[in-house]
Design a protein around this ligand. Sequence first.
Ligand SMILES: Cc1ncc(COP(=O)(O)O)c(C=O)c1O
Length: 386
Amino acid sequence: MIPFADLVTQHARMRSELEPVIAEVMFGCEFVLGRRVAGFEDAFAAYSGAAHGIGVNSGTSALHLALLAAGVGPGDEVITTAFTFVATVAAIGYTGARPVLVDIDPETLTLDVRQIEAAVTPRTRAIVPVHLYGHPADMDPILAVAGRNGLAVIEDAAQAHGAEYRGRRVGSLGDAGCFSFYPSKNLGAPGEAGMVVTNRPDWASRLRRLRDWGQAGPYRHVERGFNYRMAGIQGAVLGVKLRHLDAWTESRRAHAARYDAEVSGPDLKPIPVRPWARHVYHIYAVRARHRDLVAEAFHRRGVETRVHYPSPIHLVDAWTDLGYPAGSFPQAERAAREVLSLPVHPELTAEQVATVAATIREISAPAHSASSRVRVGARSPRRAAS
Ligand SMILES: Cc1ncc(COP(=O)(O)O)c(C=O)c1O
């Protein structure tokens, strides 16, 4: 099987770089924050084009704290996309605010900027665009709506390390950018970790306090904070891995270009990249009209696939109480039915990439398409009836 992710290979290749820094944390006992975390905060903030980096224990915590720094609280509304991982809306929920969903652009699957302003009410405090799959959201119009309405912009860049919007790195475009270093992310920690980056010094000092029990100094709790600190071992490993990130991203982009050249036909459609975007392909997805069947065809040829995500937020069980019935966000609902993610990680061998590309070509071919419909018809009542 060509695996969807392969951290075993990544870490085996890096063993000689990783072991010394892990040992340093272990035997130096700088387990929570510390010099390795501080070094990584500076390096990753600079990488993202931001002045400050605040290391935390997950991408979700990063979003939660950034929203608090924006002054979001109970009774407020925060606008975000209907098609994202649940963490985006969960973090809004943690503040006591209500997530207000907006449909996606049918091409890039990020916030449809034409629909944002209609969702603004007197209670709206912030917009959270998500750079989904590693493709930036269309930030200029989002920042313009925010500017006109006095709203904060918190970028959910959990999937978009190093992605660029019109030549500028994501995370540094709004008031704050939130990254996840969950192990399988483009830059992954050996455990949970995240970071807020910001160019606002006032936000940076508040965020540092909030992640560490609201302390302004030892046991001086000037506000109610959280235990959201980044662990030393995460900072140490992430600092080493950051040196490889650009090369890894280039591999992802090269694999994606190879796959894009093969996607065609009625059953498989590419997800376009805007000319202003540098996509970092945390996820390489295609649209598949008969997704289950196409996924099965990939599996038969030894290619592991995933679905990111099978349900838009408003139809996820835990979030139905937001009150949006099915049909509210047609593009998000369609994407949830059609998207299929293929392996694009940098550890893929040339042979594996060639196999994935050949499989895409084969599945795109009209002959396969016709035969697949027959097989779909055998199983699916809807097709059988047509
Ligand atoms: C879009 C998005 N937002 C937020 C998160 C939350 O990050 P974490 O898992 O580090 O809490 C993730 C990743 O899991 C994500 O994909």
